[in-house]
Structure formats: C-alpha cells, structure tokens
Ligand binder design. Structure first.
Ligand SMILES: Nc1ncnc2c1ncn2[C@@H]1O[C@H](COP(=O)(O)OP(=O)(O)OP(=O)(O)O)[C@@H](O)[C@H]1O
Length: 596
C-alpha cells in the first residue's frame, strides 16, 4: 500500500489548526515583519535626504549665495531619524524571530506528538505495508522540512511581498519612468528563474535518487559488516561505495552549479537596470525633476527588490519539499484508526483464562488462510503450537491479541468475545516472551520493571530470581543499573530471553504467550531457560510456539497447524497414536532432541 497523501487544501487546513494555539504569537511576528519592512523601505529615502541636503548646501556655497553654509543641524536631525529607523528595524526583527520561532517550534512539537499518538492508535495491519524507516522519516525529516520552510517562507516570502509593495510605492513616488525601467527586472528575473529551476529540478531529483542509493549502500554495508569480512568482500564493498560516491559527487556538482546560476543572472539584470536608471536619473537631476538624494535612494531601492528575487529559487525548493512532507504528515494523520465496534465494552475481572476459538476464519488479504479453526483451552492449561514454517502459528497469536480481527467466527476469553472488550484491557491480560526479545535503551532494572511500572525494587529482584537471571545480573559491572545499549547486543540472546521472562513474571499476567527460541544455547543456559519458563507458565493459561521436545511432552494440548488450519489436536501420546501429520512432524523436528 502506498503512503496516503493529503490534498493541499487539507494540508493547509490541518497546519492552520495546529497553529491555532500559537496564533497570537504568529500575528505579533507578522505585524513585526510589516514594521521591519516598512523601516527597511524608508531607509534609502532618508539617506537620500542627507545627500540632497549636502548637495544643495554645496551648490549654494559654490554659487556664493549670501549666508550659504552646510546645514549640520538639519543633517543631524535626519541622521537621528535614520538611527531611529535602524533601531526600529533591528528590534522588530528580533521580536519577529523570537515569536515566529516560538510559534513554529510549538506547532512542530504538537505535530510530532500527534504523529506519535497516531502511530499508537493505528491498526497493526498498517505497519505491514509501512516500513519503520518511512515512519521515522515522517516524524523527523518531514516535520523538519516543514519547520524550515515555515521559518524561511514566512519571513522571506511575506517579507519579500511587503518589500515589493513598499519599495514599488517609494519608487513610484520618486519617478514613474525610472520605475518602469527598474521594474523590468521582475519579468526578466521570473523568466530566468523558471528556466534555471526547470533544469535544476531534474538535477536535484537525480541528486536525491543518488543520495538514496548512497544511503542504501551504507546501510547494507554496515548491516552486513560481518558477512562482508567473512566472505573477504571488502574490496568489492569499497569499490561499490566509491562508484556511488563518485556519481553522487557529479550529480551534486551539476545540481548545485546550475541552481547557483540564478543569483548572478538576476544580479546582471539588476546591474543593467541600474545602468539605465542612472542615465535617465542624471538627466532628470540636471533637469531638476528629481534631487540627487532621490536618485541615490532609487538605486538602493533597486537593490532591495533584487534580494527577494534572488532567493525565489531557494525558497521554491524548500516550499516544494515542505508541501511534499505536509502531504505525507497529514496523510498519515488522516489514516483510519483502530475502532471499537462495541459501544459498551466489557472489561473482564477475575479472569480465569478460558480461551475459545469458535469457527474462526482469517486471511491477511482477500484469500483465507484459516478456514474453520476451533480451539478449546481450559483455565491454566499449557497449549503447545506446532507446525512447519509459515503454517500460521504466529497468526494464531496475532488474532488472540487482536492485532488483526477475525473474518468469521469468534475468539472468546472466559466466554466473552474479544471484540467486545476494549483493546487495552484485552492486551493487559497477556504477557509475551518472544524469540526476538525487545529490550530498550535503559537500565536492566527499568527493562524488567517495564512489565509493571509501579513495581518496587525488591519485587523486581524477586522476579529476576524466579527467572534465573538474578545471578547473571549480579555479575554485570553495575548490576541492575547496567545500561543496555540500543540493540542490547552487550548481552547474549539467552540472557535477553531470561530478562523478558523476568519482565513477564513481574507483570503476572492471566495468559502467557511464549515463543521458544530456535537458536541453541549452551546446556547450562538451556536448563535455566527451561526452569524459568516452567515457573512463568505455572498456574496460568499459556500458549507456547514450541520448538522443544520437553514442551510438547508436557503440554496439556498440542495444536498441529498446517497451511493456516488446525489439522490435528490432542496430547503428545494421543497424537502419536494417531500416526498422522504430527507423528511425521515429531520424527522430523523433535525426536532427534531425544538423543541430543
Ligand atoms: N502481516 C502479514 N501480511 C501478509 N501475510 C502474512 C503476514 N504475516 C504472515 N503472513 C503469511 O501468513 C502465513 C502464516 O504466517 P505465520 O507467521 O503465522 O507462520 P508461522 O507458522 O508463525 O511461521 P514461522 O514458524 O516461520 O514463524 C504465511 O504464509 C505468511 O507468509
């Protein structure tokens, strides 16, 4: 499934609703931008007044007009006004940055929180089609792109528009014909920008694609670091990397070079306009139509409109990527969430742990994987699930946890359909001990306590003892305070599993789901694991995806799965006596453990 993309209208509506709590700050920032640009536009005019005054005084002195002198008092007053304008511009710019940054970062903070909350409410099915890297990219890169564009676009686009309005007004006040020449820059700049952006866009796309390739190569190399060394492929790896890196360098050079042509080309137009205005302006000064100061101010105005024009291309790229990011962000926020069908959900109390699958039908897509699954588990029973790979063992557990909904029939716990229970309350009945143990960046203590947040330290230690992991933890440099790294690769697979068993014991769930590790561990650890598993399973309904002979032999009920359906069920002895599929599976998968 592709990423859902929100329409531009919905993106803007969504963004405005996220910005609403910060509207006062945003409005203050916008008003400050108006003041900044106003002050900016007045500067050349006032500077020109000084020049005009000085020229007037100089001419009078040269003409030996009686009483002629330099009017320092007037010049001083104008300079005071000028200083006031500089100060006003600086202060309003500072206030703009403060309020705008505050409003934008607040909005981005809320947006990231909303995305995170959304991820928690999305059905598990959503994650089948949306890779982790993609979700990560939405919460980080897309939000960042939006934040940068807002920060830049709001000040520069809004500021740029105001500059145009103010500056053009001032130019027209000075002289209409000079304005016509100066404003010719605008259409020429737009033509140049369109032409260059058209070319650079394709080059940037190529650069992004090569960047993706480069990232992919790096991820692949670090992911398979051990294998590359093992097969002696370091030279190949370096060569492949160098090849992509070379292409990246070429692509980036072309994209950057072509796009950087805009600013000098627009400046060239500006110089030509200045040339034209200077010639015409001098004639007008000689004719007394305008003052020298006005001519000076006019030339400064031309430079003022050059700046926003030159930054159009840079902004257009940023705005485009922000819109792309917004489409993905708001598209995800529009995704359908998990819904609870029953308006009056039933919360179970004093759960006994009776589990029933009644004529369950299920398929991940249109095609059914399970056609008619019936299971009846009594409270406290240990159920072993066996079957070849892809038979549907994990799927059975996914249905029990309601990660997916059945397409027919029902699953009941203590006689209540799990669809009638709130999802959190259903899932709180379970503990999972999986092969792919999930430990997070934090202390050993925190990792075990994840099973029950309010557990005391002595309870955590007790659970660790029950899980046979206490002694191991004591051998770690900082005991329970030892930090596990991100992938917990500073401890072994078996030890990780013991820690998750301790977590499950601490939670004391009504029902346990356990996926036995297929990888072999040393005999001592194996024995510790076995004992710990026995303890955690005692007196509660447990489902074990079984890989060990001892498990199937001890099971109260064995479910034999093939192609998604339960083809046989019973105890080890009864199933062996049947001489059916289980017997074959037993001989191929389990019997060899007898001799081991
Ligand atoms: N999220 C999913 N989307 C689509 N098909 C899936 C999904 N998960 C599993 N399947 C398919 O459903 C079938 C049963 O898979 P399941 O993971 O339940 O098997 P399993 O018995 O647990 O296998 P294994 O022992 O290898 O873990 C397989 O054909 C698998 O390809």
């Amino acid at each position: 499934m592709l990423n859902r993309k929100a329409s531009t209208k919905n993106c803007i509506k969504g963004l405005l609703s996220f910005m609403r709590p910060y509207r006062t700050k945003a409005i203050i920032a916008l008003v400050m931008i108006v003041i900044t640009q106003g002050a900016f536009a007045l500067n050349p005019m006032v500077e020109g007044m000084i020049t005009s005054q000085l020229t007037e005084d100089a001419i009078a002195i040269l003409d030996q007009v009686p009483g002629a002198h330099v009017h320092f008092d007037v010049i001083f007053r104008i300079m005071m006004i000028l200083m006031g304008l500089y100060l006003l511009k600086t202060i309003s710019q500072l206030i703009t940055t403060f309020f705008l940054t505050d409003a934008i970062q607040g909005t981005m903070h809320d947006l990231r929180n909303a995305l995170q909350k959304k991820i928690q409410r999305l059905p598990v099915r959503y994650f089948d089609d949306h890779p982790f890297g993609d979700l990560l990219s939405k919460v980080t890169n897309d939000v960042d792109a939006l934040s940068n564009a807002l920060q830049q676009a709001l000040t520069r686009v809004f500021g740029g528009i105001l500059t145009f309005i103010f500056v053009i007004t001032m130019m027209l006040r000075i002289n209409i014909w000079m304005s016509v020449i100066a404003l010719l820059i605008i259409p020429f700049s737009l033509i140049i920008t369109k032409f260059v952006v058209g070319h650079s866009q394709r080059l940037f796309e190529k650069q992004q694609a090569t960047l993706g390739e480069l990232n992919g190569t790096i991820t692949e190399m670090y992911g398979g670091f051990n294998e590359i060394i093992l097969y002696g492929k370091q030279e190949d790896a370096i060569k492949r990397f160098e090849d992509v890196n070379e292409r990246m360098c070429n692509a980036s050079f072309k994209a950057q070079f072509v796009s950087s042509l805009i600013a000098p080309l627009i400046s060239l137009c500006t110089y030509l306009a200045i040339g034209g205005v200077a010639v015409l302006g001098c004639i007008f000064v000689i004719q007394g139509v305008i003052t020298v100061g006005n001519l000076q101010a006019f030339i400064r105005y031309i430079w003022q409109i050059n700046e926003p024009l030159s930054s159009i291309s840079q902004l257009s790229g940023q705005v485009q990527s922000a819109f792309a990011g917004m489409g993905r962000i708001f598209g995800m926020l529009e995704e359908e969430e998990e819904v609870l069908e029953n308006p009056n959900p039933i919360v179970l109390h004093d759960v006994k742990g009776m589990v029933k699958f009644e004529h369950v039908q299920f398929g991940y897509d249109e095609e059914l994987l399970m056609h008619d699954v019936n299971i009846d588990v009594k409270p406290g029973q240990m159920v072993a699930i066996v079957g070849p790979t892809g038979a549907g063992k994990t799927t059975l557990m996914n249905l029990l946890l309601r990660f997916y909904d059945v397409k027919g029939g029902a699953i009941k716990i203590d006689g209540v359909d799990i669809r009638d229970m709130p999802r959190e309350s259903l899932r709180s009945l379970f503990s999972l001990v999986l092969q792919d143990t999930w430990l997070f960046n934090g202390s050993v203590y925190d990792n075990i306590r994840y099973g029950r947040r309010d557990a005391r330290k002595d309870e955590v230690i007790e659970a660790a003892k029950m899980a046979n992991v206490h002694h191991f933890i004591r051998t770690l440099s900082q005991g329970y305070d030892t930090q596990l790294n991100e992938e917990a690769n500073n401890i072994s697979q078996g030890e990780k599993q013991l820690l998750t068993i301790a977590r499950a014991i601490l939670k004391d769930p009504q029902i346990l789901i356990l996926d036995e590790a297929t990888s072999s561990v040393d005999t001592r650890l194996e024995k510790m694991l076995q004992e710990a598993m026995q303890r955690v399973m005692a007196n509660r309904t447990s489902f074990v995806i079984a890989h060990r002979l001892s498990t199937i032999k001890n099971a109260d009920l064995i479910l034999v799965l093939q192609h998604g359906n339960i083809i046989e069920q019973g105890t080890h002895e009864s199933l062996l006596a049947k001489k059916g599929f289980y017997e074959k599976l037993y001989h191929s998968q389990f019997a060899n453990q007898e001799s081991a």
